[in-house]
Design a protein around this ligand. Structure first.
Ligand SMILES: [Zn+2]
Length: 188
């Protein structure tokens, strides 16, 4: 409700009532009383009601400071700290449970990934072995060809002129060791 007030009147019409709430100390988990009215302030428009058992309304600093000292209020404040802690523990338990579930899920995911890695590593080693066999076979074929060329040259008296103008490309496994020109030199 909005307060309908007229500052010209000597008595303020106060219709706004707010519930007083102590300050929560995150470090200690306890509640402490803090008067909502500043020192030496008077004539504030807000009226407070305290939720403690007294159920009274308070409208100035003096009243608040006196009320804070009452046994009923002090007990209420103490229990509020306890209730707050119980609530906090419950919240933390829920949060903890959620985190546990998340961790379990991630662990399962991780296990799957590790299995995949293991499989890929096996595949890689098989491929590597196959590749090295192919390379060896390629080199054997080249050696055979070179031997055959030699025999052919000896048998015919012709020699093959190699064109070594191109740079050898050893990095490329598919490249021939050199490019050659099968033209004969001696024309018989
Ligand atoms: Zn109170």
């Amino acid at each position: 409700m909005n307060n309908a007030q007229d500052n010209n009147e000597s008595q303020l019409v106060r219709t706004e009532i707010e519930e007083y709430a102590p300050l929560f100390d995150e470090e200690t988990g306890e509640y402490t009383d803090v008067c909502p009215y500043e020192k030496y302030s008077r004539g504030q428009n807000k009226v407070y009601s305290c939720p403690c058992i007294c159920g009274r309304t308070l409208n100035n600093r003096q009243q608040f400071l006196q009320h804070f000292k009452t046994k009923a209020h002090a007990n209420w404040l103490k229990n509020m700290g306890k209730d707050g802690n119980v609530k906090l523990i419950k919240e933390l338990r829920i949060e903890n449970g959620k985190k546990d579930n998340k961790i379990r899920l991630q662990a399962r995911h991780m296990k799957r990934l590790l299995k995949n890695i293991e499989m890929l590593e096996k595949e890689l080693s098989v491929t590597k072995k196959a590749n090295s066999e192919i390379l060896k076979y390629k080199n054997d074929v080249i050696t055979d060809l070179q031997d055959n060329i030699k025999l052919l040259e000896e048998a015919t008296g012709h020699s093959i002129e190699y064109d070594n103008g191109d740079a050898l490309d050893y990095d490329n496994d598919n490249a021939l060791p050199w490019s050659w020109d099968l033209s004969t030199t001696g024309d018989h």
